[in-house]
Design a binder for this molecule. Structure first.
Ligand SMILES: Nc1ncnc2c1ncn2[C@@H]1O[C@H](COP(=O)(O)OP(=O)(O)O)[C@@H](O)[C@H]1O
Ligand SMILES: [Mg+2]
Length: 247
């Protein structure tokens, strides 16, 4: 079931004296789809890693009514699925099938239920026939789809995606947008692929230098060219590029 996310005054440093997240606060409603943009190194991936407690900074992260903290981690990991930017951080089993079945089995589904979930998730990611493949022999785009399937198979109430559209061909991007549109979950999607991101999100947040510069309706954020530029997006480029090719 989709649940809300509340982040209050979250700050984090990997090394002393180098603050990567600075007083980040965000309120994301149940079932909402929030996009996050920001230049490379802004702290986007670092922020996502706080949603399921892989990292723990100063401040509060709430998933529904549950605070993300050491003792709530088993519960939080069930509720929050994280799709890593690099699929090699997500895949560690000998075959695709075992990777996708790992989450459902770990969460106590029977072998039969897990097999159904694996079939559905692989089907959604166009991966039928890949069951016995070794993930390490697949292309980056294929591994990316397997990584997405591992999270879809557990139907979490919150899904955080780190650059889900990168390395996918545009047919697969459109298919993923369809899946995203149908998910009954609260979604936080970090992406530098502006067009798919804008098409699937309700609101957009701009993270710059570890700080939330803005968070609002996507139409408002996209219309603010100076803000978008701070977020690492050159809107003029998109305007000119599409004028040239679509006329
Ligand atoms: N494991 C780490 N150890 C030390 N510094 C890190 C680590 N991971 C990321 N950083 C630094 O934290 C900052 C934010 O990184 P990241 O969250 O990956 O940014 P983004 O995802 O927005 O590109 C960068 O300056 C990066 O070099
Ligand atoms: Mg990143």
């Amino acid at each position: 079931m989709a649940c809300g996310i509340k982040i209050e005054n979250l700050s984090f440093s990997y090394t002393a004296g180098n603050q990567v997240l600075k007083n980040v606060s965000l309120d994301i409603g149940p079932g909402e789809k929030l996009g996050i943009i920001g230049p490379s190194g802004a702290g986007k991936s670092t922020l996502l890693l706080h949603l399921n407690g892989i990292l723990a900074g100063d401040g509060v992260v709430m998933i529904g009514d549950t605070k993300v903290e050491k003792r709530s981690l088993p519960d939080i990991r069930r509720q929050v699925g994280l799709v890593f930017q690099n699929p090699d951080d997500q895949l560690f089993n000998p075959t695709v099938e075992e990777d996708v079945a790992f989450g459902p089995l770990n969460f106590g589904y029977t072998r039969g239920e897990a097999a159904t979930r694996v079939r559905q998730a692989l089907g959604e990611m166009n991966l039928e026939g890949f069951e016995n493949a070794d993930s390490h022999h697949l292309s980056l785009g294929e591994r990316k789809r397997v990584a997405l399937a591992t999270v879809l198979a557990t139907s979490p109430g919150v899904i955080a995606f780190d650059e889900p559209f990168s390395s996918l061909d545009s047919v697969m991007v459109v298919q993923l947008l369809g899946i995203i549109g149908r998910l009954d979950a609260t979604l936080v999607i970090v992406s530098q692929s502006l067009l798919p991101l804008a098409s699937c999100c309700d609101r957009l947040a701009v993270l710059v230098g570890g700080e939330i510069r803005a968070c609002g309706r996507k139409e408002e954020v996209l219309a603010d060219e100076a803000l978008m530029r701070e977020g690492g997006v050159d809107m003029g480029f998109y305007r000119e590029a599409f004028k040239k090719y679509l006329e």
